[in-house]
Design a binder for this molecule. Structure first.
Ligand SMILES: C[S@@+](CC[C@H](N)C(=O)[O-])C[C@H]1O[C@@H](n2cnc3c(N)ncnc32)[C@H](O)[C@@H]1O
Length: 401
């Protein structure tokens, strides 16, 4: 068995304002290096916020593609929330020196760093559609991720988790990917076990995030090709919301959450005495009502083509006795997905405050109040993750390591 001299150390890529760092710190892990860079922006607000809060790690504000593996210290756990992009491999890029994806596609930076540093554990976060992308070759991009990690000796487990299903006050659904190359841990988690048992009871995610099978579904077996280029060209598979993969064989199962703990709602995280600036002006109310309402209308594209547009209504105002909808980066701008609530103290319609948005993700109050504009505070929370989920996953790694 390999020995790991990097006890509970973490390198955090795509660090944003530090959701992974906060959650992992609470579970006893220590980020020693972080990288965060907002492409094409002179002001690096997310990095500045991160750097202000985490002074005990080496924090790099450069394009991850320029970070040399030799400058990254050995570490036990590599983490990051990276974007869902097109991960395909162009034929000119599949060369004898190893596979290389398209420039600017950030998965390949994770792969490069993991190949070199070989951390014992990897924990990644992405949007839920990662499992189905791209639409014309469903499952290809996730197949590429699996094939890459398998080629480095990792086993991989994934689960789509909606934070609200486990008591958090926001419906935020994300794909989490856990990988390990420690054979003793792999054995403990997967050897001599029924796939169904791993995915429902004993696996990395099933223990802290209880689940049962979705009605009428069964475990599917999927083989992953060893050649990453052939995954890119031909592979397609119906990955469900849970699964694991070891030695190029995957098992995937559609599951539903099981949870009987305390459930928080949007109403639980509201501030009191909210400033007038967050209130909707009476003259803007009809426009908000229109944005949120059902539509069936003719629209014209920029090229003059006329088409029928329709959408159903969404809650207006948002329910206070339920978890919120997913926060997006455009939260607070005048668009349909911005939350509008009826303030319980005044009875008037208003937007959420930046601090309420921090609370929806489980960040400490005023976390992003580090010099950036209100607009960026919302933007950073739209990009961030639910800290409490990461704390649970950090503790779960403690149990199995
Ligand atoms: C989904 S967000 C991660 C948010 C983070 N987990 C948090 O809790 O705040 C992805 C982050 O990657 C950063 N990013 C995008 N391209 C990058 C690049 N080329 N190098 C480094 N960071 C990059 C973005 O600025 C963004 O903050």
């Amino acid at each position: 068995m390999e020995t790991y001299k990097t006890d509970k150390t973490v390198v955090e890529l795509f660090a944003g304002v530090g959701g992974f760092n906060l959650g992992l710190k609470k579970s006893g892990w220590k980020v020693i290096m972080a990288n965060q860079w907002e492409p094409g922006k002179k002001s690096q607000w997310a990095f500045d916020c991160y750097n202000e809060h985490f002074k005990d790690s080496v924090n790099l504000n450069v394009d991850v593609a320029t970070v040399l593996a030799e400058d990254i210290p050995a570490h036990e756990l590599l983490v990051g929330g990276f974007p869902c992009q097109d991960y395909s491999v162009a034929s000119t890029l599949a060369n004898s020196k190893g596979i290389q994806g398209k420039k600017g596609v950030l998965w390949w930076e994770i792969y490069r760093i993991a190949s070199d540093k070989k951390p014992r554990f990897i924990l990644l976060e992405n949007v839920d559609r990662l499992l189905k992308s791209p639409a014309r070759q469903r499952g290809r991009d996730f197949g590429i991720i699996l094939s890459c990690l398998l080629s480095l000796g990792y086993s991989i487990e994934w689960r789509v988790i909606n934070a609200a299903d486990y008591g958090f006050p926001q419906r935020r659904r994300r794909t989490f990917i856990f990988a390990t190359k420690d054979t003793a841990v792999q054995e403990k988690l997967y050897a001599n076990k029924e796939a169904e048992n791993v995915l429902l009871h004993s696996g990395f995610f099933a223990v802290p995030f209880g689940c049962h099978p979705y009605a009428g579904t069964r475990v599917r077996k999927i083989e992953i090709p060893k050649d990453i280029k052939s995954v890119s060209d031909d592979f397609s598979a119906p990955f469900e919301n849970s699964g694991y993969c070891i030695d190029y064989v995957c098992y995937t199962y559609r599951v539903d959450s099981v949870y009987d703990g305390h459930r928080m709602t949007l109403g639980d995280i509201l501030e009191k005495n909210v400033s007038e600036i967050f209130y909707i002006k009476p003259e803007d109310e009809p426009q908000w009502a229109y944005l949120k309402g059902a539509k069936k209308e003719k629209r014209v594209t920029s090229t003059g083509h006329e088409y029928n547009y329709s959408e159903g209504p969404i809650a207006y105002p948002d329910y206070l006795d339920k978890p919120s909808r997913t926060m997006l980066t455009g939260e607070s701008t005048k668009n349909r997905s911005t939350h509008v609530i009826r303030d319980p103290e005044t009875g008037k319609l208003r937007l959420l405050t930046p601090m309420e948005c921090e609370r929806l993700n489980g960040f400490p109050d005023n976390w992003t109040n580090t010099g950036m504009s209100q607009k960026f505070r919302y933007f950073c929370m739209g990009n961030a993750l639910v800290v409490g989920l990461i704390e649970i996953m950090g503790k779960r790694i403690n149990e199995i390591r």
